[in-house]
Write a protein that binds this ligand. Structure first.
Ligand code: URA
Length: 245
């Protein structure tokens, strides 16, 4: 049986972004941290860290943030960027500010471009991230594309062929599944994550994507009640649905 990992309380809280270790000593001394309903008095004490920590520990009267490893589902709105390098409002600005200084750091699992909305996962778990984006896993990602022009009826065969070459690329795309939803709307399921892939696929068949939304990764579906800009911490079993698609 694997032993539950432990960490010093001051370090745990500092790593979760609540402040410096010195500040955490101050918070504990002020009676602001409880475990199982009891005020903690020793910031040097080792604490068992498990997924149930937020239901057991409070800090300043609120449940403590989930400890690593964590997987967060974000409904990315249009107009925010995933990369630290790009200018503009970032996905991390939609999360509590202290999460920006968590250690280990949070990163997005792949990217959605600025003009794409929908399901985006954010994690501090490198193993999970690599399992999702690994080309070997073929995790299907589902997008709803709204198009400038009506579908011709030929796109499905072109995308399914596994021979489509995008401009300035050396390898053809893997087969993808197109499901028309209306004259100008379609679901496209792809297993890769090439740069602006969906927009470039429709451009390659003479169309133009005017709106793009990702609604699924594997078997994980963006819930209707998660508003654009809102996020949710996932239970480990829910995050694993990604591999059940
Ligand atoms: N394909 C795109 O064109 N954009 C995205 O954000 C994701 C897939």
């Amino acid at each position: 049986m694997s032993k539950t990992p432990t960490m010093r309380l001051d370090r745990l809280l500092a790593n979760l972004g609540y402040g410096s270790r010195k500040e955490m000593h101050g918070l504990v001394a002020a009676g602001e941290v409880t475990l199982d309903g009891v005020e903690l008095t020793d910031a040097n004490a080792r604490i068992a860290i498990g997924p149930d920590l937020p239901v057991r520990m409070t800090i300043m009267g609120h449940p403590v943030d989930p400890p690593p490893p964590v997987v967060i589902m974000l409904h990315k709105p249009v107009g925010v960027v995933c990369s630290h390098k790009e200018a503009g409002r970032r996905i991390y600005d939609l999360l509590p500010p202290r999460w920006r200084v968590r250690d280990p750091a949070l990163s997005s699992v792949g990217r959605l471009d600025k003009d794409t909305s929908g399901l985006l996962l954010i994690t501090d778990d490198g193993g999970f991230l690599h399992r999702v984006i690994s080309p070997k896993r073929h995790v299907p990602k589902s997008y709803i594309a709204t198009l400038d022009r009506p579908l011709t009826g030929e796109e499905g065969a072109v995308f399914a062929a596994g021979t489509l070459m995008l401009e300035s690329e050396e390898k053809p795309l893997l087969p993808a599944i197109l499901e028309p939803l209306s004259e100008t709307k379609a679901r496209l399921i792809i297993e890769e994550g090439r740069y602006h892939q969906v927009r470039r696929m429709f451009a390659a068949v003479g169309n133009h994507v005017v709106d793009l939304h990702r609604d699924r990764i594997g078997g994980l579906i963006l819930p209707d009640d998660l508003e654009p800009g809102a996020h949710r911490v996932l239970q480990a079993a829910t995050a694993e649905l990604v591999f059940a698609g």
